[in-house]
Design a binder for this molecule. Sequence first.
Ligand code: 5AD
Length: 433
Amino acid sequence: MKTAAFYTLGCKVNQVETEQLKEQFLRKGYEIVPFNGPADVYVINTCTVTHVSDRKSRAMVRRIARQQKDSLVVVTGCWAETDPHQATSIEGVDLIVGNRDKEKIADLIDDVKKSESVTTYWRPVSEAAEKLPLWLYSQPHERTRAFIKIQDGCQSYCTYCIVPYARGPVRSKEPEDVLHEIKQLLQLGYKEIVLTGIHIGQYGKDMKGYNLEQLLDEILDKVPGDYRLRPGSIEINEITPPILALMSQDNRLCRHLHIPLQSGSDSILKAMGRKYDREDFRRLVNEVNEQIPGIAVTVDIMAGFPGEIEADFADSFNLLESLKLLDLHVFKYSRRPGTRAAEYLDQIDEKTKNYRSEQLLKLADKKRSEFLSTYPGQTLRLLVEKQTGPGQYTGLSDNYLEVSFTCENDLRGEFVQVQIESVQGRQLRGRLK
Ligand code: 5AD
């Protein structure tokens, strides 16, 4: 039997796409094997969101191409999409597939033989207009949470961001296909469905008169059962009152919002091409905390965007410090060729970027500790996810808190009630009720 191994860099969408690829290879009779062992085919699904992602993608491709001289080496994903020439120049790479043809890899590979030359399938993603196809898994994979891709692409062109060039315009999955996929995943035993996309707040932009709030409403209305629905990252302008109303009324919609803030300085937000200001953000976060008690708000924040002076950074820091948040995802600004901000003259030096990002990471620790400190004594409902040792399990609450507890039975994939007893680092510790 032929074997195939996969390596994924970057976002949740990439991870979903790799899962789909794995299943396509399985259907074609391949066995999926670990990436660090021998395989006939290696697929590297790359990322390009920052130069560090580029570097990691390139290093992994180089390593495999060098080590696995007799295997087919396939490179796909956003780094391959935006810079196919770089991938082409790496000796030992056999097949490069742009994002538009990614899902055909299992078939494309039939025609590729190990040779000196590289085969490239690359069609401009900027011209992609097709709706996302229905995707049904034939078997569960190991997780208790299932990730589905409801949308691809972004047309916002924030000045720092390369993603619109890597992913193309907004395309959505038909609502009935989303519902169909969710029903099938629930039948396979999953209890949590995570809705992922590149810019899910733009879901439905390519369908007349349909949007994310309607999709959420329709899922909750038409898909019965004891499950949880977790939306991925949503921009502040796209978190609408009906979405918040659904979140406070229906406990199947997780009390969790991941919001990309990027900066707390109005002048930097403007230079980034973001369409809100710091007060909009403050207002929204305070409002959601009031309306939805216990909600976990997590944030993307960038350090060292061009022109960010001390006062701008202080605006970011102070704004985040003043709000109730569970966590911060900190990114150091990375100059992406082809984006507008890459041409800005007032780039920030690495040392300053490092210092600011360290400050933000410390603030993230403080925010998380403050958030967690209110939980001892409370009860949380968890979806049991992992076994960490004999009789030791961890689960995740709807508001994204990881809780460890002891239990004799293997309850992975089940909902349980846990009384929280203490905070242990980034986790809570509880007792099964
Ligand atoms: N530099 C650093 N971080 C970036 N992100 C996007 N583009 C860049 C860049 N050029 C971050 C943003 C976004 C997250 C997914 O990646 O914070 O929300």
